[in-house]
Design a protein around this ligand. Structure first.
Ligand code: TRP
Length: 354
């Protein structure tokens, strides 16, 4: 399922720098849940074995829609805590929040002057997020993809793990890189490759197998939060909606049974197994049998993470120190790139942030 190519150490012949670098960003939101973990965070953890990895909590992106300042700060810490608890190494990888490295915003401005209205007008995420009242959307929401391109390219990242919904933004990033390189006749930016986790589990609500598991579901029983303790996880699985039939022994039998499909999918993802193999094992057995097995697995995998996350969140100063260290290391990469870009563009002088 999650086939990730082992990293072959490649070096850029010109600069002799390692060429494979991952960058990815995550929005600061509260109530992180199993869907966030299986959909993105777990992949980030695995990728750090094969790539030099830079992971960023994108607070600049967050304010493209209204945010309560205290909530934004809390969510930034919460997301950082969840990444650390899930196994992002703050030594091997770089973890920081976007606004602490001003080169993101600086390069984004330059990209505002590279990307065309026509390109941004095609972005489906803007259309969805702006909704009917487009006149009232912020300019930041519109220019969101240019900032995302800057996030990636300010580190010359070569690989970008993202969900399917971000594919179009990655294509735009490549267009911007290419347009910049070609306008200035300089081979500055690589064209980053998306690593789409297409096969990543789409985790659905535990109360309704047809709706995505969501932080904003009014029922807390619809989701397993990353901070839930063992009892809570087990209880939520016990209470999860199911149907009355036994599990099928092959995938085709899950069609039209969204709740069954969801629970089997969660089991397969947590066990790192194929759905088919799970069904071969459990086919013919009812949920009374399956749910306790799923609960045990979920508790074993998730509750230590929840515990770690709760501990971290009790010591916010530690999280802040980790992020500050990450920002300093990120800036050490972003500054020389930005100096080079300033020179290429024709700006006189040196940035005061150097
Ligand atoms: N737009 C991404 C999302 O909503 C988050 C993001 C911001 C990102 N900058 C990025 C992802 C750069 C990958 C690379 O999920």
């Amino acid at each position: 399922m999650r086939v990730i190519r082992k990293w072959v150490m490649m070096t850029d012949t010109k600069s002799n720098k390692p060429m494979n670098r991952i960058f990815s960003g995550i929005q600061p939101t509260g109530n992180l849940h199993l869907g966030n973990y299986l959909g993105a965070i777990r992949n980030w953890v695995m990728l750090q074995d094969s790539f030099e990895s830079i992971y960023c909590v994108v607070d600049l992106h967050a304010i493209t829609v209204p945010q309560d300042p205290e909530m934004l700060r809390a969510s930034t810490r919460e997301v950082a805590a969840s990444l650390i608890a899930a196994g992002i190494s703050t030594e091997r990888s770089i973890l920081f929040n976007q606004s602490c490295v001003p080169q993101h915003a600086e390069l984004a401005w330059i990209f505002n002057c590279t990307a065309r209205l026509g390109w941004l007008n095609r972005m489906t995420q803007f259309k969805e997020k702006a909704g009917k009242n487009r006149e009232n959307a912020t300019v930041g929401l519109y220019a969101y993809p240019n900032l995302m391109a800057a996030d990636i390219l300010v580190y010359r990242a070569t690989h970008v793990p993202v969900g399917e919904d971000q594919k179009q933004h990655l294509e735009l990033t490549r267009d911007i890189a290419q347009a910049f390189n070609s306008f200035y006749q300089k081979d500055v930016f690589p064209l980053p490759e998306p690593q789409i986790f297409g096969s990543a589990t789409r985790v659905m609500s535990l109360r309704n197998g047809s709706a995505k598991m969501s932080k904003s579901d009014p029922s807390d029983y619809a989701r397993i939060n990353m901070t839930d303790d063992a009892d809570m996880i087990a209880q939520k699985i016990r209470k999860a909606k199911t149907d009355a039939d036994a599990l099928p022994s092959e995938k085709a039998g899950l069609v039209g049974r969204p709740e069954a499909e969801n629970l089997v999918g969660i089991y397969a993802a947590l066990a790192d197994r194929e759905v088919d193999s799970v069904l071969q094992e459990f086919g013919g057995r009812g949920f009374a049998d399956f749910k306790p097995v799923l609960a045990d697995l979920a508790v074993a995998q998730l509750s230590p993470m929840g515990q770690k996350m709760r501990e971290l969140m009790e010591n916010p100063a530690d999280i802040d120190a980790i992020l500050a260290d990450g920002a300093a290391r990120a800036a050490a990469i972003a500054r020389p790139l930005m100096a080079e870009v300033r020179d290429i563009v024709g700006f006189l002088g040196t940035s005061t942030d150097h």
